[in-house]
Write a protein that binds this ligand. Structure first.
Ligand SMILES: [Zn+2]
Length: 237
């Protein structure tokens, strides 16, 4: 545990270019109001982008309501819980860790959704402080691991409801997107979590990749289940 009396600060710029003080030592689970605003805006933009994708610009208000609900389930698990896993673990190691959105990435996500693609670089958890190679690897691994756990839970729920109804559809998309996001973030290059995991422990990286791939293989056959439910492809076409 960090001593509460230890207090060091660094200066940083927020996305509007204002200087603010960023305390380095902080309690796990602490959020700043700026961070909460960034998280809410990023969530809103991602939910909007995914809803646009799912509805395929339908004129039916109910389609929008249902797709909005499903997108909320997917984004709250696939994006929010992934980022919070990084944040809380970094805070546990005594770092300052806050999410900052990428306004360009979010605008791009909505724009691409209008064109029928889902592509998002919503931002990332910024970390200040000293992490060992192992700690950095663990902080990175917890993001994809969260997606793998969520996908597994959704698959169990999907089986329980027998893939039926709108709730089954939400579980299906929850399972599918969490598996895809786990795999995507495990790419071992550049800014992806996979690179830091690989630098720490190749075995952990291989286990995570195998788990994500296994989940995708499990969830893919259920597309047929959903297709038979709607009489069309899983995304309203
Ligand atoms: Zn991540």
């Amino acid at each position: 545990m960090k001593d509460d009396h230890t207090f060091s600060v660094s200066y940083d710029l927020d996305h509007e270019g204002r200087i603010y003080m960023a305390p380095i030592a902080e309690k796990t689970g602490k959020f700043s109001s700026l961070e909460i605003r960034h998280l809410l805006i990023a969530m809103g933009a991602l939910i909007l982008a995914m809803t646009i994708m799912f509805t395929n610009m339908s004129s039916n208000i109910w389609v929008w309501a249902i797709c909005g609900g499903i997108a909320t389930v997917v984004v709250s698990t696939g994006f929010l819980m992934h980022e919070l896993a990084h944040k809380f673990q970094a805070q546990k190691y005594g770092c300052w860790a806050e999410f900052r959105m990428s306004p360009q990435g979010l605008m791009m996500a909505v724009f691409m959704a209008l064109l029928g693609f889902l592509l998002a670089a919503p931002g990332a958890v910024m970390i200040r402080g000293n992490l060992t190679n192992r700690q950095s690897g663990i902080v990175s691994a917890l993001g994809p691991l969260t997606n793998i756990i969520m996908a597994s839970i959704f698959i169990v729920l999907l089986v329980i409801v027998d893939g039926k109804g709108l709730i089954g559809l939400a579980f299906f998309y929850g399972a599918m997107f969490n598996s895809i996001l786990a795999g995507f973030n495990l790419i071992p290059f550049g800014i992806f979590d996979g690179k830091k995991i690989m630098n720490w422990n190749v075995f952990v990286w291989v286990v995570l990749v195998a788990s994500a791939a296994g989940l995708l293989v499990l969830v893919y056959p259920s597309i047929r289940l959903i297709t038979s439910l709607f009489g069309v492809g899983p995304i309203g076409n």
